[in-house]
Design a protein around this ligand. Structure first.
Ligand code: ADP
Length: 502
């Protein structure tokens, strides 16, 4: 089954920091919004408390006017008394007792009202049985209230500004952001201007008619909370706290990832050592072959010399000494091998292995190496490929191929560094190609690439590729190398497909 090739960028774990930034921004903004909302709610609660106090204070003041008029009507002199009140009469004394009462007027059968509006209010009062407002002019800052009584009716002229009990007022009238007005019949009187905030923002409103039926003024309080009144300092502290916390968590996570990566590399290193020892064993066999052949040749020669008549003892002794020396060398080789091999090779367990995951794992482990060389590997081809392999050996091969490519890329300028890993199925086999944009492989090097101990790198062991080839063929696959058409090297690892894939 050939999966349709699909090109996509390798998901690089270090790129995930953008998700951290995004997540952090969302948390920080959500928290800041909650703080702003809470502050707004607090301001609203404060506003409503103040507005209710204002309403209660104004109601208390206004309701007194009904009581004053009723008292005047009750205490008025008998009809026989002189029509014009004396100096000490209650209505004369009222303005000094209540500064908001500017004047008290009185009308009876002999003293008509000086203003027909008062006569009209008296008529209304007589109709309703309670005090009535004379036609209003709130702009003038005063209003008149008339109570019809017998024999005389009374009218109060009240100063609106003096009506306000500033001593008990819950706000600082000059600086408060709250605007307070008294409204009635489309007219209004500003009690407290409030620092008016124009533009966008939240607007609080309070409407309630004062608790006096004769003077049904609507107490209107408003406040606009603009951007400037937002709790910026608290919001900034919160955002800073979130950023610090996220940075700390991110740091811890990075540390954990680095530790895990180091453990993985250690594990791979141990496997590499084991596999390298396997290679070493092959080398040793080669080394043993030579002294053993020499031992055989020398002992055979000695045998022949001893058979001669007379036997050539001196030469035979020399040949035996040679043989003994060669045998000692062989023993040394074996001893060296025994010392080197501490653990027997576990032997590969072939099973279905997700090749894409193996490549991802290797890229993850080599992420710091890639970053250090400014290489952004691209993973291309099929997104699902299952091969028969020893998972540890496969990891080892992929790791080696990528590391070699990264080392080759060091020889070209960073801007030209490309590393592409392609996974696909070819001729019924799973194939991984590792293509780099490095200098490529020289023609004289190409045939020797998989030889043990062949290296062109300074300090190179020359065992990596020979080990990879051994591992690949051990898994029933093959590893080959070539120069890419675009210039760099391309290493091709082919492995049998897992049964389901095949
Ligand atoms: P080492 O890396 O220790 O030299 P290897 O067996 O891994 O041993 O590689 C053997 C040689 O193959 C390297 O020295 C290098 O010359 C060559 N080689 C391996 N990979 C590449 C590559 N991607 N591009 C060019 N040459 C390479």
């Amino acid at each position: 089954m050939k999966a349709r090739a699909r090109i996509r960028r390798m998901r690089q774990p270090w790129r995930f920091s953008w998700w951290w930034v995004l997540g952090g921004a969302v948390i920080a903004l959500a928290g800041a919004a909650a703080i702003a909302r809470q502050s707004l709610e607090q301001q609203r609660a404060l506003f409503e408390t103040d507005a209710r106090i204002v309403h209660r204070l104004l109601s208390q003041q206004v309701v007194q006017h009904d009581a004053i008029l009723a008292t005047l009507a009750l205490l008025q002199p008998a009809p026989a008394a002189p029509a014009s009140p004396g100096k000490g009469s209650p209505e004369q004394r009222l303005p000094s007792l209540y500064p908001r009462i500017l004047s008290v007027q009185r009308s009876d059968a002999t003293t008509p009202w000086p203003d027909p509006a008062l006569a009209e209010a008296e008529r209304l009062s007589r109709q309703s049985g309670r005090a009535a407002l004379a036609p209003l002019d709130l702009q003038s800052g005063r209003y008149r209230l008339v109570l019809a009584a017998s024999p005389a009716s009374y009218a109060l002229t009240i100063d609106l500004q003096a009506l306000v009990p500033w001593a008990e007022w819950p706000m600082a009238a000059e600086t408060s952001a709250v605007r307070v007005e008294l409204e009635h019949a489309g007219q209004h009187h500003v009690v407290q201007p409030g620092r008016l905030r124009t533009g966008t923002g939240s607007r609080f409103e309070f409407h309630k008619v004062v608790a006096a039926e004769s003077q049904p003024f609507d107490v209107v309080a408003t406040q606009t909370v603009g951007w400037r009144q937002w709790p910026w300092a608290r919001m900034a502290v919160w955002m800073l706290a979130v950023a610090t916390l996220l940075a700390a968590v991110r740091h811890l996570q990075r540390q954990r990832i680095a530790r895990r990566r180091a453990e993985e590399l250690l594990r791979l290193g141990q496997v590499a050592r084991l596999n390298t020892l396997g290679e070493l064993a092959a080398g040793m066999a080669h080394e043993l072959n030579q002294p053993l052949t020499a031992v055989l040749a020398n002992t055979q020669a000695a045998q022949r010399l001893l058979d001669d008549d007379p036997p050539e003892l001196a030469t035979a002794r020399g040949a035996m000494a040679q043989a003994a020396a060669q045998a000692r060398r062989a023993a040394e080789v074996v001893g060296r091998l025994r010392r080197a091999v501490e653990r027997p090779d576990s032997g590969g367990q072939h099973q279905a292995v997700d090749a894409v995951e193996a490549v991802r794992r290797a890229l993850y482990l080599l992420e710091p190496e890639c970053q250090r060389r400014s290489v952004l590997p691209a993973l291309e081809g099929t997104s699902a490929l299952s091969v028969m392999a020893d998972p540890v050996a496969l990891d080892q091969v992929v790791h080696n191929l990528i590391l070699n490519a990264l080392q080759a890329l060091e020889q070209v300028p960073p801007a030209q560094r490309r590393l592409t890993l392609t996974l696909r199925t070819v001729d019924g086999l799973g194939e991984l190609t590792v293509t780099d944009s490095g200098p490529g492989i020289a023609p004289e090097v190409l045939p020797r690439l998989f030889e043990p101990f062949f290296s062109t790198r300074e300090g190179g062991l020359g065992l990596g590729l020979s080990l990879c080839e051994t591992l690949a063929s051990g898994m029933g696959g093959a590893l080959s190398a070539a120069n890419a058409a675009s210039g760099g090297a391309v290493f091709r690892l082919r492995l049998p497909l897992a049964r389901a894939e095949a």
